[in-house]
Design a protein around this ligand. Structure first.
Ligand code: AMP
Length: 487
């Protein structure tokens, strides 16, 4: 039960565990509150059943996450940016028996729920006796996360306790246990947050959260960062570029910031060079992995020599993972240097998707494996990743299947056909554009955007262009290459 043990080690510690705009929770307070909520959970939720957690970065978020962990129940984080239809679908697909609301959702939950008021009085009421941690097994589910699905439905991934513990131990071997606060900007519904929140809990450090409303407001954002004085930042490259847009972001203002861990999308050498100029003595790490293999399975510190290459490595395979490069069709292993699909085996491969979906989960030499869909190669043990086999995209750190947006567009009134393509600038996705064919009488793309907002998170809404018809290839399929030429 490593995650439970990690938390309980700090039950008497007055060291800060979590910081957000609402304030600070010390380990002693966090664990006492979590144990009280856990005692409510054990009275209301059948053993092993998933629990949804709605909110953003509120103080109640880590309380709910720790409560589920101590009660031996898998948790499903639902960030407030997820619209109601999608959130309801996620709760149903997961079979959640209860929703803990760290904030009030602007929709009626489709399952029994505990409002933030009730939750707060339970968490901080000395009247409620704290629960003893429930015994769990390594292969019990730990958390459930949903990613964009090419079938049009978000896919739910089951991460076990073993998966998460393996990742976190490897992260510790990569970065060292360290000290000082760990900065996180990712929502808890994005698994990058695990590399900050649970890494902090493993090492008795403070997880310092940045709320998404700060992202467009440098003075407020930097004030929040000043107050938390992080020594490690867990970042997507897109977020680092946002920070670098301000000349104030540097070692003069943030002298404690000595480590940067990147993950989630392609990290460009230019970004690292700019960061090095601002933080000349900092250690910068690149890491890579799909949610299905628990946050990250490769990583390395970036050296000066690596920065001279046009493509940065994604790192060496983690201590608990093994990675091979395979032919995408025959799945035969390819020799060093040849480009193929990155295939992961080892302790971080998740327990599969919820429901009947198989996706990239498979067995190799009778061991569970995951075919990532990423193209890459390996040289001297270092892995490189360049592009995808399919149409999957990363936009502002968010994983997006264009097919899912197309499916949602087709659910909107007045759309007959839809095709989504990325608008690229220097190889990076800058926007998404949907080419749509409208039924007669519908002329207002804004009304379509409004409908789309009820189905998709804000980060997945494309710009719209109406066409009289979509161009076709000689095989009669939608011609995406021709559409890209219209951008
Ligand atoms: P997610 O499941 O949201 O974490 O997205 C996983 C996908 O993001 C991977 O399959 C890759 O396509 C991409 N990705 C993650 N980390 C990196 C990286 N360091 N470099 C390039 N692509 C990355």
């Amino acid at each position: 039960m490593p995650m439970t043990e990690w938390l309980m080690r700090f039950a008497d510690s007055d060291v800060p565990a979590y910081r957000c705009r609402q304030g600070i929770l010390r380990y002693r307070e966090l664990i006492a509150a979590a144990r009280r909520v856990a005692s409510l959970l054990s009275q209301t939720v059948p053993s092993g059943s998933p629990v949804g957690i709605y909110g953003h970065k509120e103080l109640l978020m880590p309380v709910c996450i720790a409560a589920c962990t101590l009660a031996g129940l898998p948790y499903l984080p639902i960030d407030r940016q997820i619209p109601s239809v999608r959130a309801e679908r996620m709760l149903r697909l997961a079979g959640a028996r209860l929703l803990l609301c760290a904030a009030a959702p602007p929709w009626t939950p489709p399952v029994p729920f505990l409002s933030s008021d009730k939750l707060e009085s339970a968490a901080f009421s000395p009247a409620l006796s704290p629960a003893e941690p429930v015994r769990t097994a390594p292969d019990d589910p730990f958390y459930l996360l949903f990613t964009s699905g090419s079938s049009g439905e978000p896919k739910g991934i089951r991460i076990t306790r073993r998966n998460a513990a393996s990742f976190l131990r490897w992260e510790q071997s990569l970065l060292g246990a360290g000290e000082g606060p760990v900065l996180n900007h990712a929502a808890f519904s994005f698994d990058l947050s695990v590399a900050a929140l649970w890494f902090s809990f493993l090492n008795g450090r403070c997880d310092a959260e940045l709320e998404s409303e700060l992202f467009g407001d440098f003075p407020a954002l930097f004030d929040a960062m000043d107050q938390s004085a992080p020594s490690l930042a867990v970042l997507t490259p897109s977020f680092a570029e946002l920070l670098l847009a301000s000349p104030s972001f540097g070692a003069n203002r943030f002298p404690a910031l000595g480590q940067f861990l990147f993950c989630g999308e392609t990290l460009r050498p230019q970004t690292v060079r700019r960061l090095k100029l601002r933080f000349p003595t900092a250690h910068i790490y690149n890491s890579y992995g799909p949610t299905e293999t628990t946050v990250a399975v490769t990583g390395c510190e970036l050296t000066e020599v690596m920065l001279q290459q046009p493509l940065l490595p994604i790192g060496y395979a983690g201590t608990r993972s093994s990675i091979t490069i395979r032919d995408p069709s025959s799945h035969i292993e390819l020799p060093e240097g040849e480009t193929g699909e990155l295939v992961v085996t080892g302790e971080q491969v998740a327990a599969g998707y919820l429901g009947e979906i198989q996706g990239g989960f498979c067995r190799i030499d009778s061991r569970p494996a995951y075919r990532t869909g990423d193209l890459g190669w390996q040289r001297d043990g270092l892995f490189y990743c360049r592009g995808r086999i399919d149409r999957q995209l990363k936009w502002r750190g968010l994983r997006i299947e264009p097919e899912e947006i197309e499916r949602c567009l087709l659910q909107c009134e007045g759309i007959l056909q839809a095709a989504v393509v990325p608008v690229l600038q220097q190889g990076r996705v800058r926007r998404l554009r949907a080419f749509v064919v409208l039924s007669s009488g519908i002329h207002d793309p804004q009304s379509i955007k409004l409908q789309l907002r009820t189905l998709l998170p804000a980060g997945m809404i494309p710009d719209l262009t109406a066409l009289p018809h979509l161009p076709l290839t000689s095989h009669g399929k939608c011609d995406y290459t021709a559409l890209k030429e219209l951008l």
